[in-house]
Design a protein around this ligand. Sequence first.
Ligand code: LLP
Length: 440
Amino acid sequence: MNSYLARHIWPDTAHIIHNRLAIGGCDVSALADRYATPLYLLDEATLRTTMRSYQDAFSAAYYVNHGIHYASKALLNTALTQIIVEEGLGLDVVSGTELLVARRAGMPMDRIHFHGNAKTRAELERALDWGVGAIVVDSLDELAQLAQLSAERAKPQNILLRIAPDIAARTHAHIATGSADSKFGLPLTALEHAVARIQDAPGLRLQGLHAHIGSQIFALDQFCATIDVLLDQAVHLRNCFGVIIDEISPGGGLGVPYVADMPPADISAYAAILGQALRDGCAARNFPPPRLTVEPGRSIIARAGVALYRIVATRSPAKPSLPGHLHIDGGMADNIRPALYGARYTALIANRANAPADAVWIIAGRYCETGDILIRDVALPQAAPGDIVAIPVVGAYTLSMSSNYNLTPRPALILVRDGNAQIIQRRESEDEVLARDQQL
Ligand code: LLP
């Protein structure tokens, strides 16, 4: 590994060989030539290692039953789900179509949690028909509808109740979800009512309690606080209703570094602190230790992904004190995160990866919007049209949030491993972009 690559933000297999970036044993500039740009790469080794780290860390930290449910909103397709199945993880889905992909990939339905604050009736029926492991109920109205839809079924449907734990996560406001007035989850004051409703519903079985306080969180104590709120509620429900909660889920949310000066994602520390909070919390409350499920999305997939763009044009600085621009052939339609959350990224010129970084550049996307800037300030070598820009840590919430803005087709996704590259989601064609378009 060349010292120029900060290990904690690049895939495990990233190397610089003869001045060129290679990932998964493939020269990425050659992949860009072969498959065109923008192009997203997924490093299979990093992905599998990270999933195993999660399994190992939680087995070591919490000897009671646990489940790792990958949050599919971060990125989902059939091939990726097949890998998730092989690695023994479960899935958190939030739409009927995500559930369909899970089924196509052979994910056992009992390993799926179905989330969402506004699931449609058709989606709930699909989840019931296909027998998902648990439906995570977000509101009293959803509960009423589920009670009705499940009433005539042979087997009761397991549900988790998602609560809003009233914890303001230290993260970007757009991705904080734990406050009392969040759009997600039942207010604590509605919990008793919900449990009473479940007890009257023969088709429903209360399996557990869930809370998700937000995403890109580094303060691990906030996850412990979430576990404490969930356990307090579990004890309260035992005292009021005699129900025993046998699953607790503090959601997902572990933060990851996007640039070299951020700390690495410490999955072991995360697992250790959650395991301890749950064990100690149960002992202190004399409560039987429940199953622990977590729903990591970003911390599983982000670092496995690298985006490749071709430089289309350069623009010299407007004043000597300002950076110049590199105009690339992608941007906010494939990665909305800088525009939406002010997310920071870094980059490398993949075909001259060891050249001295003696210029400062702004990396500007191709879309007709001033805010379409992927990186505001990055030290890179002198660069020219035709060069390939590689941006790491783009596996999560990029392609899954991509659009056809300016009617551009969405990029391909390639899985790389041991020198082989396989398309797992092909580039969208212009015909597909126009498929819904009708003449008068
Ligand atoms: N569980 C639930 C109920 C969630 O809503 C989410 C993420 C997760 C788990 C996974 O969280 P993670 O481990 O990935 O942090 N688009 C934003 C992130 C939105 C997160 C939505 N929910 C971004 O690009 O930063």
